[in-house]
Design a protein around this ligand. Structure first.
Ligand SMILES: Nc1ncnc2c1ncn2[C@@H]1O[C@H](COP(=O)(O)OP(=O)(O)O)[C@@H](O)[C@H]1O
Ligand SMILES: [Mg+2]
Length: 306
């Protein structure tokens, strides 16, 4: 079934956080589930998370999943975070921060902006990214390995870039807050109040949040890699190549690619091109199976090769 050269790097070098990315329908969910099951079988406490708002991990595992991690096998937990819940939580947090850090007179405009943002498609992604950052803090610790089943390419690129995109916003809020505190302190000094700076819970929270974003941005480059999944078709290969370039340019590491659904009887032309293009990271090749590889036994068989 497997006809590839195998992963370029042996298991010992695999980072603790592994993303599966690629064009829609190529087999990201299937590969993520198969790989996670394989990690769990090797004794690693593994969490498999879907960041695709259109979850399908449960279908691949043939199990009902939910907003919280569900144990699906020995050492394997899976989670399909509810995007609406995550959005509500995130809007709540951002509004709260803004309310306390920004001048009152601009709050109506900020509230309108946030209300608008809540219903924008990017918000679900950003809320799921936030949740992912929290989960990353549990690796290592609660989990030995985190496997992420990503939404199609464009979403994944935005997801990975989000910590950097959010940092200026949080930094700006912290600066605003510092200004307000300075003014308060000055006023207190003039009025003969205590000269010492009081601890400010909001400022502490904003600093903690900024650190979390910066840590996430670092760890997404140092402790993670992206495994691009593709099928041997020209259009898919073209998109995958672009994704590989963009990811590398943004400083993310690429793990061994997966060339999935390779017909047994014929070697389509794009297969050779895909092999050449992904020779450096290595590429695993998986055959097109007659049936859909869902459920534990089928995933286990695939996982040993992914
Ligand atoms: N090697 C394979 N052989 C046959 N069918 C496959 C293979 N890999 C995935 N599939 C099927 O292809 C469809 C899309 O796979 P999925 O993992 O959901 O892709 P994605 O997450 O990239 O959208 C599913 O029906 C899945 O069972
Ligand atoms: Mg999927």
């Amino acid at each position: 079934m497997s006809r590839g050269q195998g992963p370029a790097e042996d298991g010992a070098h695999e980072p603790p956080i592994v993303f599966f990315g690629g064009k829609g329908g190529v087999g990201k969910t299937t590969m993520a589930a198969a790989y996670a099951l394989n990690c769990a079988d090797a004794g690693l406490r593994t969490l498999l998370v879907s960041t695709d708002p259109a979850h399908s991990l449960g279908d691949a595992l043939q199990t009902r999943l939910g907003d919280r991690p569900v144990k699906v096998a020995d050492a394997l937990w899976a989670r399909e975070p509810d995007a609406d819940t995550a959005v509500k939580r995130r809007i709540g947090e951002v509004t709260d921060d803004a309310y306390r850090a920004l001048p009152r007179d601009i709050m109506p405009a900020v509230s309108r902006h946030l209300e608008h943002a809540a219903s924008s498609p990017g918000m679900a992604e950003s809320a799921l990214a936030d949740l992912l950052m929290d989960t990353m803090e549990e690796v290592p610790g609660t989990w030995d390995r985190l496997v992420v089943d990503s939404a199609p390419t464009g979403h994944l690129l935005r997801l990975l870039a989000l910590p950097e995109l959010l940092t200026p916003w949080v930094r700006g809020l912290a600066r605003q807050r510092e200004r307000v505190l300075d003014a308060d302190r000055l006023a207190a000094g003039i009025l003969g109040g205590p000269g010492e700076a009081p601890d400010d819970p909001l400022l502490e929270k904003l600093h903690a949040r900024r650190h979390k974003l910066e840590r996430a941005a670092d760890r997404l480059r140092g402790d993670a890699w992206v495994r691009l999944v593709m099928i041997p078709r020209r259009m898919v290969l073209a998109e995958t190549e672009r994704a590989a370039e963009q990811l590398a340019k943004a400083g993310f590491r690429l793990g061994p690619a997966v060339i999935n659904q390779v017909p047994e009887d014929a070697a389509p032309e794009p297969l050779a091109a895909a092999r050449r293009r992904f020779a450096r990271t290595g590429a695993v090749e998986l055959a097109l199976t007659p049936g859909e590889p869902t459920g534990m036994p089928a995933l286990r068989a695939l996982g040993a090769r992914v």
